[in-house]
Write a protein that binds this ligand. Structure first.
Ligand code: 15L
Length: 292
């Protein structure tokens, strides 16, 4: 059984992926945030913006699914550290540890400034819709360079929105169901002829604005279509935005920050383990007070 490292394992996308891949691979997980592994998983806490951590987690794995990083539009410092420095470290650590294959979660936001009326494929010129999108383009460029210069096998997935069901009008076009995610990732891990590929990580949505023929060529046959949710989703749709509604990237094209679904632990905040080691100050204080 292959050993697969999933970075960003505490995140949303990884939590779906871990469930879908359970039993198929030995899963090695890493994240800057804590996580409780289940049977078949091993977890290592790591900050990928530190090369030593990246080297430690990538040792002895057959492939890497790199999901870790800042996952929305936001402040440059966070994006720089996780998505630029961190992404470089993961690719470079993989090379030094002789890990041949890497699957990178790039994003629809690498091409988010394409208008919604246009269907785009994997060959279009990049059009990032913010700092986050630019950082994903950087990861794509790293992938290209590591494939050409070092012979790494690189599978870039421009992911739409992974969710059990689509959450709004825009996501009807870019929805990626957990089981379709698992299918695409499995192709990325198993396909014998991956050198450098760009595919869209989306289900077979009727309203899709992607021509995902490259994924299809590699054997991807998505099962899910957001259309069955369309009526319910559209009934709840709020007021739009004249810019966001025009472009595939939606709000990312006109706001400076999107609420971060996976905030990092605050600097100086203690982990659960560290708190345990230090004793729970509140409980200790209560006990002492009772004894008096
Ligand atoms: C992304 O790239 C984000 O990682 C995810 O959190 C969603 O915001 C998604 O794009 C989206 O466009 O819906």
């Amino acid at each position: 059984m292959k050993t697969i490292l999933i970075t960003g394992a505490s995140g949303d996308v990884a939590s779906h992926l871990r469930r879908e891949l359970a039993g198929k691979y030995n899963l090695r997980l890493s994240d800057i945030r804590p996580l409780v592994p289940v049977k078949g998983e091993k977890f290592a806490r790591a900050d990928i913006s530190k090369m030593a951590d990246a080297l430690r987690i990538t040792k002895g794995v057959d492939a890497i699914v790199h999901l870790g990083g800042y996952s929305v539009e936001g402040p440059w410092e966070g994006i720089l550290s996780a998505n630029i420095i961190g992404c470089y470290n993961v690719f470079e650590a993989a090379r030094r540890n002789k890990v041949k294959r890497i699957l990178f979660a790039t994003s629809n936001h690498a091409v988010g400034f394409y208008p919604r009326r246009k269907t785009i494929d994997h060959r279009v010129y990049i059009k990032p819709d913010g700092r986050y999108g630019v950082s994903k383009v950087f990861g794509e460029a790293l992938g290209s360079m590591y494939a050409d210069k070092y012979g790494m096998q690189v599978f870039l997935m421009r992911i739409g929105n992974v969710n059990p069901a689509p959450i709004d009008k825009r996501r009807l076009s870019i929805w990626f169901s957990p089981r379709d995610l698992a299918q695409l990732v499995t192709i990325g891990i198993e396909h014998p002829d991956i050198r450098f590929e760009i595919v869209y990580g989306v289900s077979k949505n009727k309203r899709s604005w992607y021509d995902n023929s490259n994924a299809r060529r590699l054997g991807y046959r998505p099962q899910d279509d957001s259309e069955i949710y369309a009526r319910a989703v559209l009934a709840k749709e709020g007021r739009g935005n004249p810019v966001g509604d025009l472009y595939q990237g939606g709000a990312f094209t006109h706001v400076e920050a999107v609420p971060n679904p996976a905030p990092l632990p605050k600097a100086g905040a203690k982990t659960r383990r560290a708190k345990k080691a230090a004793g729970n100050p509140t409980k200790t204080a209560v006990k002492k007070a009772k004894k008096k």
